[in-house]
Design a protein around this ligand. Structure first.
Ligand SMILES: *Cc1c(COP(=O)(O)O)cnc(C)c1O
Length: 385
């Protein structure tokens, strides 16, 4: 096992993020197998969901991934430096100021309106380029994309006038995580019409959740993001992918607090027994959301329990409010030896990412992309990954 440590100095850091690149690769292979015969790409926007493109892209490339999706052109430029031969798609589209960068870094913009198609056509014509693009179609999410009717009309016009050179047509599911939602079937049917019209190029509809909706959703290319990183893709059933991220916080101090006393800001929690409280060096400035304090913070009164940690083979409850740099856990029932080791798991094999997110009133995506800059980051991979 190869361990690469980046970020904060491991001797000084208040917490450690461990990113299992073998698990990430195993997840991509699994999603790839589920996607077949479609080709499996990887969505690495927002710095690979906070995990670091410079670590994620090389192992996925080595595993055989040839296609990456990011949101913004600068993210594409960063991926291009690491993956010189990959196809890199820019989901948020093109505008007058970004067109030149697309061409310089060989990025493929997903054009999501007639105005973007015309802008790209003009840009390419003036420079005698046939730069590839993708066509984004809205099939029910009403976020980005040509309407189905616009896409079909554009297809006919492009055959006649050859405005641009599309290599992919794509759409995005609004409710893929809810397999029974009627919008899934509606979007699939709309997208089938589009894919049939653009029959000489690849088509793509499924994100992670879409892959689990099965055959009719796979088309030619799938675009998983969250499931690569160990997050739950589908709202139902077991999470089939391996966890990738764990977070361990350093215990800064252990103190004895008497029954009836209160802890942390706002004195929101009164201890029901004499307790040992471990204060760890992680807080909301590290992306450990304050809302995870449960009823300890305003607007979360309806939710009683906050986060849990894991130490010495047991779960320990968070007490009081999460603060900027420090968080408190009740470790009264934990043995001395485990406490002396000095670390509490906040996310990992015992506290799943999606559970930690849900307790804080959010989703795994937001928790990952909010992970802070103060961690030691340990990347694990086997020699052949
Ligand atoms: C973010 C994104 C994805 C990946 O979605 P996951 O749910 O993370 O798998 C795929 N396609 C588009 C258009 C996206 O914006």
């Amino acid at each position: 096992m190869q361990v690469t440590s980046t970020g904060a100095d491991p001797r000084l850091a208040g917490a450690r993020l461990t990113i299992d690149l073998d698990a990430l690769v195993a997840n991509w292979r699994d999603l790839s197998a589920r996607s077949r015969p479609a080709k499996c790409a990887a969505v690495v926007k927002a710095d690979a969901y906070g995990l670091g493109v410079e670590h994620v892209v090389p192992v996925l490339t080595k595993a055989g991934c040839e296609t990456f999706f990011v949101a913004l052109p600068e993210e594409g430029v960063a991926v291009r430096r690491i993956a010189p031969k990959a196809d890199i798609f820019i989901l948020n589209g093109v505008h007058a100021q970004s067109a030149a960068t697309m061409v310089e870094a060989s990025l493929i913009p997903v054009l999501s309106g007639i105005e973007q198609i015309e802008l790209w056509a003009r840009f390419c014509r003036e420079r005698w380029l046939h730069a590839p693009c993708a066509i984004g179609v809205d099939t029910g999410m009403n976020r980005l994309g040509l309407t189905v009717e616009e896409a079909l009309a554009f297809r006919a016009r492009n055959i006649a006038d050859h405005l641009v050179s599309p290599v992919l047509v794509m759409s995005h599911l609004a409710c893929g995580d809810a397999p029974d939602h009627p919008l899934n079937k509606k979007q699939r049917e709309s997208f089938q019409r589009v894919a049939a019209a653009f029959d000489d190029i690849d088509s793509s509809l499924a994100n992670s959740a879409g892959i689990f909706l099965g055959d009719g959703f796979l088309f030619d290319v799938t675009r998983p993001g969250i499931a690569l990183y160990g997050g739950r893709a589908s709202g139902t059933g077991e999470n089939p992918v391996r966890p990738v991220v764990s977070l361990h916080a350093r215990i800064a101090q252990i103190r004895q607090v008497s029954k009836g006393e209160t802890v942390s800001y706002g004195a929101t929690q009164t201890l029901a027994r004499d307790s040992r409280i471990a204060t760890v060096s992680v807080g909301y400035a590290d992306g450990y959301p304050r809302a995870g304090s449960g009823a300890g913070v305003p607007l979360r009164e309806a939710v009683t329990d906050g986060q849990s940690g894991f130490i010495g083979g047991r779960r320990v409850p968070l007490v009081g409010r999460i603060t900027m740099d420090l968080t408190l856990f009740d470790v009264t029932d934990v043995d001395e030896e485990s406490l002396a080791e000095g670390w509490i798991e906040l996310i990992g094999p015992n506290i799943p990412l999606d559970e930690a997110a849900q307790v804080a009133g959010t989703i795994g995506y937001e928790l990952l992309t909010s992970l802070g800059k103060r961690y030691e980051r340990r990347y694990l991979k086997s020699a052949d990954a």
